[in-house]
Each structure stands twice: as C-alpha cells, then as structure tokens.
Design a protein around this ligand. Sequence first.
Ligand code: S3P
Length: 177
Amino acid sequence: MPAMELAGNFFLVGLMGAGKTTVGRTLARHTGKTFYDSDHEIERRTGVKITTIFDIEGEESFRAREKQIIAELCQMQDIVLATGGGAILAPENRQVLASHGTVIYLRAQIDDILARTKHDKSRPLLQTANPRAKLEQLYQQRDPLYMEIADVVMDTSCQNVNTLVQRLEQRLLTQQP
Ligand code: S3P
C-alpha cells in the first residue's frame, strides 16, 4: 500500500545533479507510482551509456532519442519521471510534459551541483575545463524554460533528500484537485 494518495503523473525537471533521480525514486515509492528516468530508459534501449551516444552520434542525435522517449513515457499513467537536464530545451517536450502531469522543478544552487558532480564522468556536458562556467551558462539558458512549465518549484539548497521529499509531498497534496 502506498503511503500517500496523489493522483496523476509527476515529472521532475532541473539541471543535472539537482537530485531528480533520487527525489523521483523516493516520491514514486511513497505514492505507489512507477518510476522512470529518461536517461536510463535511453541507455536500456540502446544498450550503451549516454556518454557513448554523445561521443558517437553527437548531442543532436541524443536529443532526438530523448524526445522520442519522453513522448512515449508521457502517455503512461501514474508514473514519476526524472527527465534529463536538457529535456526542456525542445518546445515539444515542454508541451508534452506540461500537458500530461504535474511538473516539479528542482532548483539547485550551482555550488551544490558542482560538489555533487565533481568526480562524475557520466555527464558529457560537464567534461570541460570550467564546469562552473558551463553550469552558469546552462542555468541562464534553462531556468526560464524550467519555470515556464513548472507547477511546483522546489529550492533544493541545504536540504537532505528526506526533508526535501517530505516538503514536496506536502506541496503536492495542497495542489490536488
Ligand atoms: C544533460 C543532462 C543529463 C543527460 C545528458 C544531457 C543536459 O541528465 O540527459 O548528459 O543537457 O543537462 P541528468 O540531468 O539526469 O544528469
């Protein structure tokens, strides 16, 4: 039996390292919904890591795969979906996410993201000489897009996952129709 009754789909958006997968898994467990992660789904279907797709096919091809997976997953019922940080770049993705569930923006501080992704080699966009500058640029570009479709904005700074999920669930309960 799920601990909470919350209707519909929940879609997590936000920059890489914001905690979408961890928060999404916990939210799914508490609500009895099925958890998906668009990156994991791409890796499962292609049989290779995201970095390999970027290396061999390039970002554009990755974005095409991402669009296809997101369109498919959004047709499902009662899921929690953690999207890749750049999923909101495509207007089609923003439209399908906004119209098929509650969009939750995990808004993290650049310092927190840097600390979490310091030793991470799985994120091609951060394999650069200056990851801070890259993240700042991504934030400038993407924050307005996350905000455009967000039903709920959660500031993730200085909160452990349990506190964050607890607060998020309270917010979602007050949003129920
Ligand atoms: C990306 C974020 C990654 C992954 C890919 C591109 C981005 O997902 O989709 O490396 O453009 O920000 P996470 O946000 O889960 O790290």
